[in-house]
Design a protein around this ligand. Structure first.
Ligand SMILES: Nc1ncnc2c1ncn2[C@@H]1O[C@H](COP(=O)(O)OP(=O)(O)OP(=O)(O)O)[C@@H](O)[C@H]1O
Ligand SMILES: [Mg+2]
Ligand SMILES: [Mg+2]
Length: 482
C-alpha cells in the first residue's frame, strides 16, 4: 500500500498569550507559582458567578483567522459543552459549537512532492482551557489525582483542519507553519508548556479513522501518526478491521494505546451559554491589522538577500531565526548575506539543535564576526565550525564566551598559508608515507588524490585551504611523487 492512502486531519488547540484569562481577570502567567494560586470564583465556576469576555482574546483569535485566510463570521455564539470530569469543576466548558468565530481558510505547506499545497481548514473556534490533572502512581494503578486550576480559563483557539494531509510528515509541516504564523502574529508563546496540543485523526482510505488525543509536541504528532500508519496497515494486511476509536500517545514509548472507552465517550451535551451574548464582530474585522507573515518574509528574503528558496524557508520558519538572520546582516554586514544564510540555516541550526539550545543564546554581532573572518579567508570552513562549537559550548557552560578572533588565536586555527613551507612539508611527508596511494594515482585512480588531501588535512588539523591543498598535492604527484 502506498502513502497516497494515508489521510490525516488535525484539531489543534493553541493557547492565546493574553495577560488575563478568557472570562475573568486572573493572570495567565502562573509559571513559577504554586498550583491553584491563579484562580477566582469565575474560573473555578462557583455558582452565581458571571463570565466577562476578554476582548484581547477575541482580537487575537481574529488575527489568527485573518492570517489563515478564514471567513470571520459576523455573529458567533458560545455554548456549554457538558461533561463530568474533574479538570473542570463546573462540569461544563465554555466553547463554541455550531456557530464558531471563523470558517474555511487554509495553511500553505510544502507537500511531500515538493510543491506548495493548501491544507484547507474547517473552522476556528474560541474556548476556555480546562484545568490540569496530575495523576499520581501510573496508568495501570493510579493512586490518586491532583488538580490544578491555574490553567482553567486560559483562552484557547481550536483550529480544525480538513482531512487534507497525506503523511505524518505533512502533518508536521502543517504544525510548523501554523506555529510560525502564530508567533509572527505575536499571539502565542510556543515555549510555554502545553501551549499547543493536538488531536490527530488518521485513517487509511476506505477504513475507519482513529483519533489520537492530546499530543503535546510537534515531533510527537509525527511519531504517533507514523506508529498508527504501521499499526493500521498491519491490521488490514491481516484482514482485521481498524476500529473507530480514541487512542492515547505514550510519548516515552513512542506508541499509541487504545483509551478505555468509558473515559472518552463522546456524549457531550451542548447548549447555548446563557450568560454570554452573541459575539458580533463585523464592524471590527477591517481594523484587525496583520504584520508581515512567514510566506511574505520568505519571499522578501529571496528577493532582498538573494537567499535560496530552501534557506529562506528554513530561516523564516521560526520568528527568532528570521530576526537573528536580519540581526547578523544588518548595518555594514550586508555583504555577508549568502554566507550568513548558509551558516545559520545549515550549520548553526544543527549545532543548536544538538545542544538543545535556542537561537536567542547567540549574539548576532559575534556570530557576524565569525562570518567576517571566514569571508576574509582567515580560517577554513572546518575551523569555522570548530570556533562556533567552542563559542556554543562556552555559552552552554555559563563561561565567558570568547570572541571568534580570540578562539582562532588560542587554538592556532589561522589558515596554513601555502607559502610558509609548512603546508608543502606536510604534503611531502604524507606522500612519502603513502607509496600505495602514489601507485594508485599512477595507475589512473584519481580517488587517491582525495585520500592524500584528507591525510594532509588531518596533519594540519583542518587549517589548510582545501583548494590550495588540492593544487599542491596534484603538483607534487605530477612531480613524480617526490
Ligand atoms: N477519514 C478521515 N481520516 C482522517 N481524519 C479525518 C477523517 N475524517 C475527518 N477527519 C478529521 O477529523 C477531525 C474531526 O474533528 P471535529 O472536531 O470536527 O470532530 P470530533 O473529533 O468528532 O469532535 P471532538 O472535537 O470532540 O474531538 C477533523 O480534523 C477532520 O479533518
Ligand atoms: Mg474537535
Ligand atoms: Mg476530535
Amino acid at each position: 500500500m502506498i502513502d497516497a492512502d494515508v489521510i490525516v486531519g488535525l484539531e489543534v488547540h493553541c493557547q492565546l498569550d493574553t495577560k488575563s484569562k478568557l472570562f475573568c481577570g486572573c493572570s495567565t502567567d502562573y509559571r513559577d507559582d504554586g498550583p491553584n494560586t491563579h484562580v477566582c470564583p469565575i474560573c473555578l465556576g462557583l455558582p452565581g458567578t458571571m463570565p466577562a469576555l476578554n476582548k484581547r482574546a477575541i482580537e487575537y483569535a481574529m488575527k489568527v483567522a485573518k492570517a489563515l485566510n478564514c471567513t470571520i463570521v459576523p455573529e458567533s455564539e458560545f455554548s456549554r459543552k457538558n461533561y463530568f470530569y474533574p479538570d473542570l469543576d463546573k462540569a461544563y466548558q465554555i466553547t463554541q459549537y455550531d456557530k464558531p468565530l471563523a470558517q474555511g481558510g487554509y495553511v500553505e505547506i510544502e507537500g511531500d512532492d515538493g510543491k506548495e499545497r493548501k491544507i484547507q481548514l474547517t473552522r476556528i473556534h474560541v474556548e476556555e482551557d480546562p484545568g490540569r490533572l496530575v495523576h499520581m502512581g501510573n496508568a495501570e494503578r493510579g493512586r490518586y489525582s491532583l488538580v490544578d486550576y491555574n490553567r482553567a480559563g486560559i483562552p484557547l483557539i481550536e483550529i480544525v483542519s480538513e482531512p487534507d494531509m497525506r503523511s505524518p510528515k505533512e502533518a508536521r509541516k502543517f504544525l510548523n507553519k501554523l506555529r510560525a504564523t502564530l508567533e509572527y502574529l505575536g499571539v502565542f508563546d510556543s515555549e510555554k508548556e502545553g501551549s499547543l496540543r493536538v488531536d490527530a485523526n488518521i485513517s487509511l482510505r476506505g477504513n475507519e479513522r482513529v483519533e489520537v488525543k492530546n499530543i503535546t509536541s510537534y515531533k510527537g504528532v509525527e511519531k504517533a501518526l507514523t506508529f498508527e500508519v504501521t499499526r493500521q496497515k498491519n491490521l488490514i494486511r491481516r484482514g482485521l478491521p481498524v476500529e473507530r476509536e480514541t487512542r492515547h500517545y505514550l510519548e516515552a514509548r513512542g506508541i499509541t494505546q487504545s483509551a478505555r472507552s468509558k473515559e472518552t465517550e463522546n456524549d457531550y451535551r451542548y447548549f447555548p451559554e446563557p450568560d454570554l451574548r452573541p459575539l458580533r464582530v463585523q464592524s471590527w474585522v477591517k481594523d484587525i491589522a496583520l504584520p508581515e507573515l512567514p510566506d511574505a518574509r520568505r519571499e522578501r528574503f529571496v528577493t532582498q538577500y538573494s537567499c535560496s528558496l530552501n534557506h529562506a524557508r528554513t530561516l523564516t520558519g521560526e520568528l527568532k531565526m528570521a530576526n537573528f538572520f536580519e540581526g547578523v546582516v544588518s548595518g555594514d554586514r550586508a555583504g555577508l548575506c549568502s554566507l550568513a544564510a548558509t551558516w545559520i540555516a545549515d550549520t548553526l541550526a544543527g549545532e543548536l539543535n544538538y545542544r538543545n539550545m535556542g537561537i536567542d543564546c547567540v549574539d548576532p554581532h559575534r556570530f557576524g564576526s565569525l562570518l567576517a573572518i571566514l569571508r576574509a579567508g582567515t580560517i577554513t570552513d572546518k575551523s569555522g565550525v570548530e570556533v562556533l562549537r567552542v563559542m556554543l559550548d562556552e555559552q552552554l557552560k555559563g563561561e565567558t564566551v570568547e570572541t571568534p578572533e580570540a578562539i582562532v588565536a588560542r587554538l592556532n586555527l589561522a589558515k596554513t598559508a601555502g607559502d610558509d613551507g609548512a603546508l608543502a612539508a606536510a604534503v611531502k611527508e604524507v606522500i612519502s608515507e603513502n607509496p600505495k596511494a602514489i601507485e594508485d594515482y599512477k595507475a589512473g585512480k584519481n580517488g587517491a588524490i582525495n585520500f592524500l588531501v584528507g591525510q594532509v588535512m588531518k596533519k594540519t588539523r583542518g587549517r589548510a585551504d582545501p583548494g590550495e591543498l588540492n593544487r599542491l598535492v596534484v603538483a607534487a604527484l605530477k612531480d613524480g611523487g617526490q
